[in-house]
Design a protein around this ligand. Sequence first.
Ligand SMILES: [Zn+2]
Length: 372
Amino acid sequence: MDTLTKTGGYKYRIYPNYEQKVALSQLFGCVRYVYNWGLSRRVEHYRETGESINSYDLSKELTQHKKAPDKTWLNDVLRMPLRVSLFNLDKAYKNFFQKRAKKPRFKKKVNSQSATITYQYFAIKDKKLSINKIPGLLKLRWSRYWSVDADVKSVTVSKDVSERYFVSFLVSEPVAPLRPIDNKIGIDMGLTHFLTTSEGEKVDNPKYFIKQLKKYRRLCRAFSRKKNGSRNKEKMRIKKARLSAKITDCRRDFQHKLSSRLIRENQAIGLESLSVENMLKNRHLSKHIADASWSMFLAMLSYKGDWYGRDIATPEEEFFPSSKMCSTCGFVLDALSLSVREWTCPACNTCHDRDVNAAINIRNHTVGETGI
Ligand SMILES: [Zn+2]
């Protein structure tokens, strides 16, 4: 079997000393400045010419811009992270044009900060990280290692709103596909559960996660009541950002474990497509969190499927009636209210659990029935 390559991030907490914090803060500041400068240049350029300008041209402009007497401080930090910053701006615009993200906005000092350094400018010595133009060695809390034949492409240093520092290495490494097995399942993404499988397993969001989500929603409501521009509103904004980061971490961890297990246990997995109808089922969660949560999980299954030689499939039609169809005889109901958890097929009298039935339909429709 061919060896495949997986590219992923390895993230660790770091503990910079005072000097290193100062140097990092300078780097973050320059990266943020260049991003914002690039953003306003793009807006200006579009207004003047009606055409867009990409990071390649902006990079050349930046070289000139840095020569201005009041901009010499931009030369005190590594050049590469500044270019990466412009490249990230390109990506942000691309995502916006393809309707995957909101319009790029100016970066603020109070939000999380980051800088990406390509492999030429850093090294790992004695399990510590050295980065050009950052004094001394950075101490890392190692939790796991990449394989010996891995290719480390870049490292992103970041500081979150809680003043915690992290590094995330982008690593490309060979991966051996898992041994093929026979099991096939379908997955119904959740209304009352995070997901239900065609084998009848129901997986809930972790309780801790639900609790944090509720807290977040309360915070959002309180936030909107505070007066614009007030110091209290600003404080609450930071609190909100911290909690949001915590929720993302928690959800990532849960979804990584779950997706890895499903990939290990099954050769083929059928999933619902992310249609509007399916999105609406999840309206009880804070909407953007729910949407992001689903797409993140589907993305994990899909790339892990590629790495380990498993098949991930979704129905081709956008509105496959997975819930309303009887998985025993194929009869389709006219309607099935979201509150109905169990129903009996009028044609063949089979009693169905709503989610398990939907998962079985998805499995049969995408990856085929088991044993065939
Ligand atoms: Zn039936």
